[in-house]
Write a protein that binds this ligand. Structure first.
Ligand SMILES: O=C(O)CCC(=O)C(=O)O
Ligand SMILES: [Fe+2]
Length: 322
C-alpha cells in the first residue's frame, strides 16, 4: 500500500481533509493564513522572550535551535489565527469527535453541543432510581469520544543550525502510551505544525511517515517511506497521535520557523501544564474561545470548580457540583 501526504486548501471540505488525515496519518492544508500574519506572530513571540529564554537544550531540540512553549502567553495571534483557525477546528471536530464542537457555526457563534457526560448522567439517573446503584451504559461507536478538546502544547519550534541530524522519528502518543496502550480508545490527540517560513527540504521541513499510524510499534521505517511536509509559509501540516514524524536537519543556515499546537481530548492531562504556562492573568487577555482552548473550561464531571462558569472558569457561574 502506498501512502502520501495529500495537499488541500482552505476551500476544501473539512470532511475530505479529515478523511485523508485518518487514512494516511497526515495531511497538509496550504496557505491558510497570510505571510503577514505569520510575521506578526513571529514579532509577538520574539518581543516577549529573550534569546536566552528561546535557546533550546533537549534531546529532541539540541542547542542551536530556538524553541518556546507557553506560546499563548506571548502571542494572542497564534491562538486566534492559527490554533483556532476554523478550517482546522472543523477537521478536529471530525477526527476527535467532541460532544461540543469547537468550529464556528455560520452565524459566528459556537454551536451548542451535548455534553457526553451529561448524557451519561441522564442514563444514570434513570437507572439508579430503581436499582439504587449507579450503572453506566456503554456508548456505541457513534458516541462522541470527548466532551471537547483543548491545547496540549503551544510552541514555536525553530529549526536552525543546531538540527544537524534528523530529529528521531517518534509518535506523539508516547507520553500516554504506557497508560492507554491496553485500552481500545478512539483518536485522542492530533498535532499541527504551521509554517512560519516556507518549509523546504533543506531548512528542516517536518518529516512524516504516511501510513505509520497503522504500523505495529516495532516496525522500523525504511528511508523511502519518509516524506517531508514541504509547504509555503502560512500552510499547516496535521498528523495523528500514532503517526511517525520528526524535524529534519537544516543544511542551509536560514532557520525554519514552525508553530506547533496539539489538540487533546478533555479527559487527558495536557502535555504542557497550561494553567502554569497560561496563568489566569494571561488567559484573561484571550478571547472567550481562546481561554476555553487553553483549558479554562470544564465538562460536567471533569475540571470543574464549584461556583464557576463551566465555559469560562475565570467567571462566576453555577458550575461545580460539590
Ligand atoms: O519541528 C518539527 O518539525 C517536529 C517537532 C516535533 O515533532 C517535536 O518536537 O515533537
Ligand atoms: Fe513530535
Amino acid at each position: 500500500m502506498s501512502y502520501e501526504i495529500e495537499q488541500f486548501t482552505g476551500a476544501s471540505e473539512a470532511w475530505d481533509i479529515a478523511e485523508s488525515l485518518t487514512r494516511n496519518g497526515g495531511v497538509i492544508i496550504r496557505e491558510l493564513v497570510s505571510p503577514e500574519i505569520m510575521d506578526q506572530i513571529y514579532q509577538q513571540t520574539l518581543n516577549g522572550l529573550t534569546e536566552k529564554e528561546l535557546s533550546s537544550d533537549s534531546m529532541l531540540w539540541p542547542e542551536g535551535n530556538r524553541t518556546t512553549s507557553a506560546l499563548p502567553t506571548h502571542s494572542s495571534l497564534y491562538v486566534e489565527n492559527l490554533a483556532l483557525h476554523n478550517k482546522v477546528l472543523e477537521v478536529m471536530d471530525l477526527v476527535l469527535k467532541p460532544a461540543c464542537p469547537m468550529a464556528l457555526a455560520a452565524d459566528g457563534t459556537s454551536p451548542a453541543g451535548t455534553d457526553i457526560e451529561e448524557l451519561g448522567l441522564m442514563n444514570v439517573e434513570e437507572i439508579s432510581k430503581e436499582a439504587g446503584q449507579i450503572v453506566f451504559r456503554s456508548p456505541d461507536d457513534s458516541a462522541p469520544s470527548c466532551s471537547y478538546y483543548k491545547l496540549g502544547i503551544g510552541a514555536m519550534l525553530e529549526v536552525g543550525e543546531g538540527m544537524k541530524v534528523p530529529q528521531p522519528l517518534h509518535r506523539e502518543n508516547a507520553i500516554y502510551q504506557p497508560f492507554v496502550s491496553r485500552m481500545h480508545i478512539p483518536e485522542f490527540l492530533v498535532s499541527t505544525m504551521w509554517a512560519g517560513s516556507d518549509f523546504t527540504a533543506e531548512n528542516g521541513a517536518t518529516r512524516v511517515v504516511p501510513g505509520s499510524h497503522e504500523w505495529p510499534e516495532e516496525r522500523i521505517t525504511k528511508q523511502e517511506e519518509v516524506v517531508q511536509a514541504t509547504m509555503p509559509k502560512g500552510s499547516v501540516v496535521l498528523w495523528l497521535s500514532r503517526t511517525l514524524h520528526g524535524a529534519a536537519p537544516n543544511t542551509i543556515g536560514t532557520p525554519r520557523t514552525g508553530y506547533f499546537a496539539s489538540y487533546v481530548a478533555n479527559w487527558l492531562a495536557s502535555e504542557e501544564n497550561q494553567y502554569i504556562a497560561v496563568p489566569p492573568e494571561a488567559a484573561a487577555k484571550l478571547s472567550d474561545r481562546g481561554r476555553q482552548f487553553v483549558g479554562y473550561r470544564s465538562s460536567s464531571y471533569l475540571g470543574w470548580v464549584k461556583g464557576r462558569d463551566q465555559d469560562d472558569l475565570l467567571k462566576p457561574g453555577t458550575g461545580g457540583q460539590i
